[in-house]
Design a protein around this ligand. Structure first.
Ligand code: ATP
Ligand code: MG
Length: 257
């Protein structure tokens, strides 16, 4: 349950998985994220939306340790993780995908999935060997994202949409309980978008919490339980899809009305 109509923008009622307080990041004179105090809910499919350049990716980068915020704090559950290194945040259970794909172009699809898994031993790491169970798991995940027929193809030969699916699959390989996806449907064709939606719902039903940045409003509105809207680096509205769609501040930010 949320209190979008009464609560200040960014806040929510429920068990929180991610909370930021006054998060701020500037690039030169550009305030990419400005005093963002927001809350996202445990066990839910959360959305973060906003016009181009409103600071969504910068927010993701600050939360996941990819860039250091200028000020403010980040909490996962109730643990402060501000300025933690990305690998430490990943180990704390936060997986993420990137807006621009970060697959390894000259490796096969299956190899891309396998490198996403932490090696279990030095021999694994040096020899690149993986247990049959891990390989089987990678294949099952490829089937879930719908590109198992491409396992021997090099990532560079995949379409942009297929690379997004590979990025999603490799993010899920380490089984993170909290997954942040930056535009998972960008450039993906409609039937594969539907597959992504089904997969996110299934994983959520199995216990995975999501935070999704996406410009595809239809997808966001049908998937999310709880949405935060950014405009010019700051949260301007919070609530359920129904409340967000009728919020005059949101209409103004998107449509200038
Ligand atoms: N590394 C950087 N150096 C300089 N400016 C940056 C950098 N990264 C982001 N910005 C600026 O910060 C602002 C927020 O950018 P950001 O990429 O976070 O927005 P976004 O909401 O993810 O946009 P989009 O929906 O287009 O992906 C923009 O004005 C952008 O140009
Ligand atoms: Mg972005």
């Amino acid at each position: 349950m949320t209190t979008a109509d009464t609560a200040p923008a960014g806040s929510a009622v429920g068990t929180t998985i991610l909370r930021t307080e006054g998060l701020t990041k500037s690039f030169g004179g550009v305030h990419a994220v400005k005093d963002a105090t927001v809350t996202f809910l445990d066990g839910k499919i959360n959305g973060l939306i906003g016009p181009n350049g409103s600071g969504k990716t910068t927010f993701f980068n600050c939360v996941t340790g990819m860039i250091k915020p200028d000020s403010g704090r980040v909490y996962l559950h109730d643990k402060e993780v501000t300025r933690w290194a990305p690998h430490k945040i990943a180990r704390a259970g936060l997986g993420r995908s990137f807006q621009l794909c970060r697959t390894f172009p000259r490796m096969t699809v299956l190899e891309n999935m396998l490198v996403a898994v932490q090696p279990h031993s030095l021999a694994d790491y040096l020899g690149g060997s993986h247990s049959p169970e891990t390989v089987e798991r990678a294949r099952r995940m490829l089937a879930r994202v719908g590109i198992d027929h491409l396992e021997t193809a090099e990532a560079r030969d995949l379409s942009y949409g297929q690379q997004k699916l590979l990025e999603l699959g490799s993010t899920l390989m380490s089984d993170p309980p909290f997954v942040m996806l930056d535009e998972p449907a960008g450039g993906v064709n409609p039937s594969l978008i539907e597959r992504i939606a089904v997969l996110i719902r299934e994983l959520n039903a199995e216990g995975t919490t999501f935070l999704i940045v996406e410009h595809n409003m239809e997808l966001i509105m049908k998937l999310c339980d709880h949405i935060v809207v950014f405009d010019r680096g700051a949260p301007i509205a919070t609530g359920t899809p129904d409340l967000i769609q009728s919020d005059p501040r949101v209409l103004e930010a998107y449509l200038g009305v």
